[in-house]
Design a binder for this molecule. Structure first.
Ligand code: 5GP
Ligand code: MG
Ligand code: MG
Length: 190
């Protein structure tokens, strides 16, 4: 039973992901270089569980002091379609009052999760919220989220409208450990 058997097609290899993560981290380093000295260090917040690999690779390439934390927002269950407004089921440990937050996501799909998380981080006093997502599926957007303050949007790759897994992304909590991102064979989830 090989893990790869359920994958129809690879969209981004581990080499392509690594190269793109280096570029994103370089951009973040340049954008936040002045901020971290004058105000406070940025807080990198990973959205669990999907962002764990992306976050781990990204922060090792950001050449600035940052703090790292996780938050969990649940809306998906084990299916492939979002079931509406997510709730925060695992909260931050670090304080973000007056801080620049960089929210790290695996994928932005309808935008539900992100708009809910940005509103939450704002209510906790973040001075800005940026978003760094590995994948963006703009074709499926339902909610147009707004970044907070001077926040910026960073995106690894624009994702075609398929259900994808790997490099942190799951189906029913499986496939997260694939080193690449690929399209899951439809017979697996239908
Ligand atoms: P949204 O709230 O934007 O609709 O969905 C965000 C979350 O849905 C993502 O963080 C991710 O967990 C899940 N999701 C959306 N599209 C995909 C996909 O193609 N593959 C996987 N594995 N998860 C997805
Ligand atoms: Mg996610
Ligand atoms: Mg999931």
């Amino acid at each position: 039973m090989a893990l790869d058997d359920d994958i129809e097609r690879v969209l981004w290899t581990d080499e392509q992901i690594s190269k793109r993560v280096t570029e994103l981290a370089g951009q973040i380093t340049r954008d936040f270089a002045g901020e971290s000295l004058t105000e406070s260090y940025p807080v990198v917040v990973g959205v669990a569980t999907g962002a764990f690999l992306f976050l781990a690779d990204l922060v090792r390439k950001i050449k600035l002091p940052v703090t790292v934390d996780f938050i969990r927002a649940e809306s998906y269950g084990s299916g492939t379609v979002s079931n509406g407004a997510p709730r925060i089921s695992f909260d931050l440990k670090v304080g973000i009052q007056g801080k620049h937050v960089i929210l790290v996501e695996d994928i932005v799909d309808t935008g539900n999760t992100l708009s809910c998380l940005i509103a939450y981080l704002e209510s906790r006093g973040a001075s800005s919220v940026s978003v760094c997502t590995l994948l963006d599926k703009p074709a499926r957007r339902k909610v147009n989220f707004e970044l907070l303050g001077t926040g910026k949007f960073y995106c690894g790759f624009e994702c075609p409208d398929y259900f994808v897994v790997g490099y942190g992304l799951d189906f029913a909590e499986l496939y997260r450990n694939l080193p690449y991102v690929g399209i899951l064979k439809p017979e697996i989830y239908s």
